[in-house]
Design a protein around this ligand. Structure first.
Ligand code: SF4
Length: 167
C-alpha cells in the first residue's frame, strides 16, 4: 500500500510542483516579474505550478536577489525545511552571481554560494517569459531526476487513478 502511495506522490509532484518564492535581498523588480509570470497573463500555472506559503509544502524554491548576510541563515533554514527531492531556481542576475551587489561587505554572493541551485535564470530584471522557460526546463530536470522505474510506476499510478475516475 505504501508503494502505491509513494507512486501517487511522485506522480502528483511531477504533475504539480509547488513553489515557494523568497526574496533574499532583491530590489523587488525581479519579484514583480515573478508575480507577473504567476498571473493569468503569463499563466505559469498552466504547467501545474502552484505558489505556496510554507517551505514544508514546497518542491521548488524560487529565489530572487543576492543573498545578504542578514538573510543568509534564514535562507539555509528555509531550504532545510523543504522535503526532498527539492530544487532551487535562482531568478535574476543578482541571484545567479550577486550581480551589481557582488563584493559588497554585506552580501554573501549569489544563491549558489549558500545553497545548491538547480537552475539559473539571468536578467535584470528577468522577463516573465524567461521565468516560464526556466521553469519548463526545470520540470524536465525534475522528471529526469526521478529514476526510470519510479517514473514508470508513477505513470501507472496515474493511469489507474484516471481509469478509476472515468468509471
Ligand atoms: S537582477 Fe536587477 S532587477 Fe533583479 S534584483 Fe538584481 S538589480 Fe534588481
Amino acid at each position: 500500500m505504501s508503494g502505491l502511495i509513494d507512486n501517487l506522490m511522485t506522480w502528483a509532484r511531477l504533475k504539480s510542483p509547488w513553489i515557494l518564492h523568497f526574496n533574499s535581498g532583491a530590489c523587488n523588480a525581479c519579484d514583480i516579474e515573478i508575480i507577473a509570470a504567476l498571473t493569468p497573463r503569463f499563466d505559469v500555472e498552466r504547467f501545474g505550478l502552484m505558489l505556496k506559503a510554507t517551505p514544508r509544502h514546497a518542491d521548488v524554491l524560487v529565489c530572487s536577489g543576492p543573498v545578504t548576510r542578514q538573510i543568509e541563515k534564514r535562507l539555509i533554514r528555509i531550504y532545510e525545511q523543504m522535503p526532498a527531492p527539492k530544487f532551487v531556481v535562482a531568478v535574476g542576475t543578482c541571484a545567479c552571481s550577486g550581480g551589481v551587489f557582488n563584493g559588497c561587505y554585506n552580501v554573501a554572493g549569489g544563491v549558489n554560494e549558500v545553497i545548491p541551485v538547480s537552475a539559473f535564470i539571468p536578467g535584470c530584471p528577468v522577463r516573465p517569459e524567461a521565468v516560464i522557460d526556466g521553469v519548463v526546463k526545470l520540470l524536465g530536470h525534475f522528471e529526469s531526476s526521478v529514476r526510470a522505474a519510479d517514473l514508470a510506476a508513477a505513470k501507472a499510478a496515474e493511469s489507474a487513478l484516471l481509469s478509476g475516475q472515468s468509471k
